[in-house]
Ligand binder design. Structure first.
Ligand SMILES: [Zn+2]
Length: 220
């Protein structure tokens, strides 16, 4: 089992007075949100490794507050969270002109953007919700990699971080044993030097590849 933490996330743009209560805790904290009317802080229970993965992801994924489409025309929100159908997108608490957007508005905006490359939208998701979205996504990724890698929970932390990053970045179908045979084999053999070499993706920033290789090859 992986360690779990409790985390109070706050949005510094919205909730600066709640800053003193925000943070990470090993048990349910004494003061929990909401701390005042309209408080946007949230309490989350999350595996510590996912929180750590998120801290790295933030450096690599574009963190935008507005909805946009990526280079392939996928509707994207927050920390690289893609939406390929309108159903999930409509559930997001998106803001438009300083008020919550209606379901109809969100639906119309999704269809306006979907399939067009590099578009920006005036619909906004606040930082707290963007982080929750990314962590929810990572929870799904964790489930998935536990199936792909035997004993995932007992791998060194650096290997867990890279595997989660690759799953988050590529999605479950692309990141498979068939597509990445040498990487999967190296992890199985605990051959961290080879794993580092085999962790490289073609279509991502150099820095992200460098980070993957470095932290895998630094495992003792
Ligand atoms: Zn607050």
């Amino acid at each position: 089992m992986l360690d779990k933490i409790y985390e109070i996330i706050y949005d510094d743009g919205v909730c600066s007075e709640c800053q003193k209560y925000a943070g990470k805790f090993n048990e349910i904290p004494e003061h929990i949100p909401p701390f005042h009317p309209n408080c946007k802080c949230k309490l989350l229970e999350v595996e510590e490794i996912l929180e750590e993965t998120f801290e790295f992801l933030k450096n690599f994924e574009e963190e935008k507050s507005n909805v946009y489409t990526d280079t392939k025309g996928y509707v994207t929100v927050g920390c690289g969270s893609m939406f390929n159908n309108v159903k999930e997108f409509k559930k997001l608490p998106l803001y438009y002109e300083n008020r919550l957007a209606t379901t109809e508005e969100k639906e119309a905006e999704f269809y306006r953007l979907n399939g067009k490359r590099n578009q920006n939208s005036a619909f906004i998701l606040d930082k707290v919700e963007a982080k929750i979205l990314a962590l929810e996504h990572l929870k799904g990724d964790l489930k998935s990699v536990r199936k792909k890698f035997e004993n995932f929970d007992n791998l060194p932390k650096n290997a867990q971080l890279v595997i989660l990053d690759m799953e988050y970045n590529m999605g479950s179908n692309k990141f498979s044993k068939n597509n990445w045979p040498m990487f999967f084999e190296a992890i199985k053999l605990k051959d961290w030097k080879t794993a580092g070499i085999e962790s490289q993706s073609k279509d991502i920033q150099q820095l992200r590849n460098f980070w993957r290789k470095n932290i895998l090859q630094s495992i003792k």
